[in-house]
Design a binder for this molecule. Sequence first.
Ligand SMILES: *[C@@H]1O[C@H](CO)[C@@H](O)[C@H](O)[C@H]1NC(C)=O
Ligand SMILES: *[C@@H]1O[C@H](CO)[C@@H](O)[C@H](O)[C@H]1NC(C)=O
Length: 338
Amino acid sequence: MMKYSTRRLCVWGGLLGIVYITFIYRHNILAYSALVYWKANWGELNTAASLLHHHKFDKTRFAEVRKDLKKFINIQEPVLCQANTKIGYKYYGIYFKEDVKIDEVKRGLLAKTFPPKKSRFSKCAIVGNGGILKNSSCGKEIDKSDFVFRMNMPRIQEFVNDAGRKTNLTSIACSAKTISDDGDPCGAYYSKEFLNSLKEYNGYLLWVPSSWTHASSMKSAFTFAELLQKNSNLQLVLSNAEYSHKFSEYWHINGKSISSGMTMVSIGLSFCEEIHLYGFWPFPVDTSGNSLPMHYSEDIPWTTYQWTHGFSTEFSLLTELHRQGVLKLHVENCDLNI
Ligand SMILES: *[C@@H]1O[C@H](CO)[C@@H](O)[C@H](O)[C@H]1NC(C)=O
Ligand SMILES: *[C@@H]1O[C@H](CO)[C@@H](O)[C@H](O)[C@H]1NC(C)=O
């Protein structure tokens, strides 16, 4: 009897140990292999894939969502430009601990208006950086849109076939990638290579205050705006953290800061008549089970996947909006549709 319960204790203890180690591994180290990740999310992936198969735009539902959202968020604007930013306005970072006061000079560095015309863009493409775009041949379809949103300044020329060349509003944020040798989180933006790469873009750049933009570097948006004025025809607008915060509250994306992709969707909901999403697919395999890189334009491993954003929550929301016909998520190759 004694022996039996000792053995049972060992088995349960062992199992608990495994569960504990798995938990720690998953939540603290975050270096889960793609295969384990895929298996853990297989159900979610399959549900998403079958949901996305059908689509019909529902303009009435879109108008309803837009109106409801506007009422909830109230007066806040998603994109700040001269026309909607008063001198003395406090521009906040995502944690609301840091801010910078807009004076006359700073205001003068922003684009005069956004959107450029009063009317909405009739067809928008929001292009995420997901590996699902690799070999998709979606470039032509994307370029047929009136207004193209892109995230985190991806390289354009090399990926025209899959991701298109049109750029109208491209987000930019200080990140691990943009840290310079002297530790400035936005330092890489002052390099020659970066200034050269600006030639690939048109229209507006959207400054997203990220968790890397600390109190002291909230001003970097404006240093950056000066740089743009000297070196390009691009215009800078600011992503409004107060708007993003209310937007996440509305959709119950709680406790996490929203990703640049979701920020773009929030802007698209205000300014577009029809929204198409490309490159949004947070899984390391496609709908047929073939493995995918994390980004279509960069070779970075899935182990660096940004768990800080609630990507899974965000993706569930996007599939739901797809189901309701508010936007369309494209996850298949585009050459199949022709
Ligand atoms: C979008 O950008 C393209 C160039 O990339 C430009 O030709 C087009 O006019 C822009 N559209 C709008 C609505 O600004
Ligand atoms: C894309 O196509 C290339 C060449 O055919 C192939 O080697 C690569 O595995 C493909 N990648 C993806 C993610 O489909």
